[in-house]
Design a protein around this ligand. Sequence first.
Ligand SMILES: NC(=O)c1ccc[n+]([C@@H]2O[C@H](COP(=O)([O-])OP(=O)(O)OC[C@H]3O[C@@H](n4cnc5c(N)ncnc54)[C@H](OP(=O)(O)O)[C@@H]3O)[C@@H](O)[C@H]2O)c1
Length: 278
Amino acid sequence: MKKTILITGCSSGIGYCTAHALHKRGYRVFATARRQQSVEMLLSEGLESLRLDLDDSASIQQAFQDIMHRTGGELYALFNNGAYGLPGAVEDLSREALRAQFETNVLGWLELTNLVLPIMRKQGYGRIIQNSSVLGFAAMPFRGAYNASKYAIEGLSDTLRLELMDSQIFISLIEPGPIATQFRANALKALQKYINVENSAHRDKYLAVLNRLNKPGPAVPFTLPPEAVLKRVIHALEARKPQPRYYVTFPTYLFGFLKRFLSVRLLDRLLAKAGNNN
Ligand SMILES: NC(=O)c1ccc[n+]([C@@H]2O[C@H](COP(=O)([O-])OP(=O)(O)OC[C@H]3O[C@@H](n4cnc5c(N)ncnc54)[C@H](OP(=O)(O)O)[C@@H]3O)[C@@H](O)[C@H]2O)c1
């Protein structure tokens, strides 16, 4: 029998690449997307696709029930992937903006995970893969909302791993640095929606942020294609004992190393510099 996997955020980037590659590899992939137009596109490309908007509990429940119906109540893996970045200084974040960031990046993932876990417990196996980020353990200026959401995912995943220790359900975090996707274009939309640049004490610094987000092609050095993440997803799915954490890209390895060995003050200086330059 084919292994089944539910993936969120398949309209572009890492989700899109992973859905197609795993389908080709023989998996039965449920490639979900929040917009109907993206679902139509994925269907036309030969994938099994359903609508799933992480901001909407009814849509999460509906997609989950549909998939359970189609598989007879089985699911091998969940790849929590759909998310976006809201750039902006912490002091410019409204309650509404931070809530929106957490609705998608944290609460939607948790709700879906908690639907899938009883199925995995019942069948006695399962894999949950969380697409976190280097920004899930290293903070950078003007990324507070996104940092906080990925730190939250790391905290929940680390706890869940302990709670699943006596089971055959494995949870893995993937921590990519820069990957060439629609991420920056979508971050720009979020910034325009939620941040009042003109009224900000950081007004001038936002020009650099906007420059970075508008720049065509890779914005920063060491950017890798989504296939770099795919490689770790395959390991997390197929290794007998998947790793709790997978680093992807040089910046993740670098900051992972520096975080272990530098003082907080010294690391802050490097992160501030890297964040402001990028
Ligand atoms: N690119 C990077 O440099 C990078 C680095 C580290 C981690 N990541 C992580 O990688 C994951 C995928 O991002 P990506 O780089 O592939 O960016 P992307 O091309 O922008 O893809 C993000 C996907 O998430 C979907 N999404 C957004 N809001 C959603 C919602 N409410 N419900 C369901 N899906 C939603 C988007 O759908 P729409 O098209 O409808 O907006 C899109 O399919 C994210 O978790 C991101 O945090 C990315």
